[in-house]
Design a protein around this ligand. Structure first.
Ligand SMILES: C[S@@+](CC[C@H](N)C(=O)[O-])C[C@H]1O[C@@H](n2cnc3c(N)ncnc32)[C@H](O)[C@@H]1O
Length: 475
């Protein structure tokens, strides 16, 4: 039963423990697999919204009174740390009133992401998978239209752009990227000068808007729509160095307009100002005139939509669909294809996790559940699309942690072990407070070591699915 009297999380736990005559450490172990959970909470630790939900559900299921959802004191608990979980596949909510925490650096797990991207082959393998889809699209003039729905650090997109150029060297590209993190935008932009040099007929657009807005470059809220920051940057010169210099000079624009805070209710990122940055080569402006988006007059109609790791693994398939997959599906052009990719598990990475947290099941909903939920969400419109879960053999693919053959030996170096542990907990989206507990002794390194030796290295599985939009019947 939900409390209507405004219990905080701690109140609810204490009452529950008294009522059930159990120690708080027992509660922590049973509810979240962490005996020190309650004592850390007393010492001021914060919880993620997911942990909050998990604890509430546990209390409710066992006949207790869970904390009030809107209790400001419990909301205070759901603060900085919970963003860590959010960053693992950021799913944003619409803005709410009342948040005063501006300029929050919400990608607390940034270092984990960067270490993961550079030590594992995932982004390369994903780009390869997307390359297959590039062969299946049939764009119509005036441009090939691609949406990267979560650009991250741009490792996937820049590879995809290289292959797009290789496949269609003379066609204009309209490439729209959604990214709310300032630092990810910086990292991605730094990779773009060479792309603009090799493929001059490119319009590159970056926005911080939500999934339901970004494809159309239009906020749903009227007030927000009226305040969109719309910045067109024609790049002069004709060398990658010229472009790099001008892109670097955008830093203060980004700092001013790519600020985000987090929702006090869900912990999800919220933009301060809806912003759009449009880059293209000035010497190609004439050719690109029809392709450069105009404020208030943008269409979606994408030939290819990339949804790589776009949601937190533990949220329900309905949530993934409602917030991410359905709005993206509606942004497809006729014949357009959406490629969804997320972690699958059943791999040595998950084995490490389950050695430390035996009951952990991070990958709760797979492609079949997501596509099923999507059909329900689309209702009658579902008939306009094909939903392709594919066979396991076609859908599931493997990527690995880079390691020299000599590195995985009887005594594995600490930095390799740390990289492996980082990748495992990153992929499984383990919250920081649980990590701190697990890393208080050496068991986590022993577990990592055992798995690396057992398999002679470390690898992970991702799974993918395709949604394609049918061509309208000609009457
Ligand atoms: C919109 S998503 C993905 C960005 C980009 N499409 C990519 O694949 O890297 C951005 C967030 O997803 C998370 N993420 C990226 N790869 C992940 C993976 N393999 N497992 C879990 N989370 C991941 C990161 O926290 C990152 O900040």
């Amino acid at each position: 039963m939900r409390s209507s009297t405004g219990h905080t999380l701690l109140d609810s736990i204490s009452n529950f423990c008294k009522q059930q005559k159990i120690a708080e450490s027992t509660f922590g172990r049973r509810a979240v697999n962490d005996g020190k959970f309650v004592s850390r909470l007393r010492n001021g630790s914060r919880v993620t919204p997911e942990t909050w939900e998990r604890v509430s559900r546990f209390i409710e299921k066992n006949g207790g009174t869970s904390p009030a959802k809107a209790d400001p004191r419990s909301m205070h608990l759901i603060s900085a740390n919970h963003i860590t979980a959010t960053a693992n596949g950021a799913v944003e909510s619409e803005p709410e009133n009342g948040s005063r925490q501006k300029n929050f650096r919400f990608f607390d797990n940034r270092q984990k992401y960067l270490l993961f991207v550079t030590t594992c082959s995932e982004k390369e393998v994903i780009a390869q998978r997307i390359g297959v889809e590039l062969g299946n699209i049939d764009p119509t003039p005036p441009a090939v239209r691609v949406l990267d729905a979560g650009m991250g650090d741009g490792s996937v997109l820049t590879r995809v752009m290289r292959e797009m150029h290789w496949r269609r060297p003379t066609m204009p590209f309209y490439i729209l990227c959604k990214e709310v993190s300032l630092e990810d935008v910086r990292l991605s932009l730094a990779k773009m000068p060479d792309r603009l040099f090799e493929h001059p007929s490119t319009v590159l657009i970056i926005t911080n808007m939500y999934y339901s807005e970004a494809p159309w470059l239009t906020p749903r809220d009227e007030k927000a729509a009226a305040s969109v920051v719309w910045q067109e940057v024609p790049l002069s010169g004709n060398t990658a160095h010229d472009f790099d210099e001008q892109i670097k000079a955008l830093d203060s624009f980004l700092v001013e307009n790519w600020q985000a805070r987090h929702s006090p209710k869900t912990g999800n990122p919220i933009y301060e100002k809806p912003s759009v940055l449009i880059l293209y080569r000035e010497d190609y402006r004439f050719l690109l005139d029809d392709i450069i988006p105009k404020k208030g007059d943008s269409r979606a109609d994408f030939d290819l939509i990339i949804a790589s790791q776009p949601y937190r693994s533990r949220v329900s398939p309905q949530f993934k669909v409602e917030k991410v997959v359905a709005p993206l599906t509606r942004a497809l052009a006729e014949g357009g294809r959406l490629l969804g990719i997320h972690s699958y598990g059943h791999d040595p990475g998950l084995e490490i996790i389950q050695k430390v947290w035996p009951d952990e099941m991070p990958f709760s909903s797979g492609r079949h559940e997501i596509l099923h939920a999507l059909k329900l969400e689309l209702g009658a419109d579902a008939g306009n699309y094909n939903f392709n879960a594919n066979s396991d053999a076609r859908s599931i693919f493997r990527y690995k942690m880079h390691a020299l053959p000599t590195e995985i030996s009887a005594s594995i170096g600490t930095s390799t072990l740390f990289a492996a542990w980082n990748a495992a907990v990153y992929v499984a989206q383990i919250e920081d407070e649980r990590l701190t507990a697990a890393m208080s002794d050496n068991k986590y390194l022993e577990a990592t070591n055992e798995v690396l030796i057992k398999y002679g290295g470390l690898w992970f599985n991702d799974e993918s699915y395709i949604i394609s939009r049918r061509h309208a019947r000609k009457s």
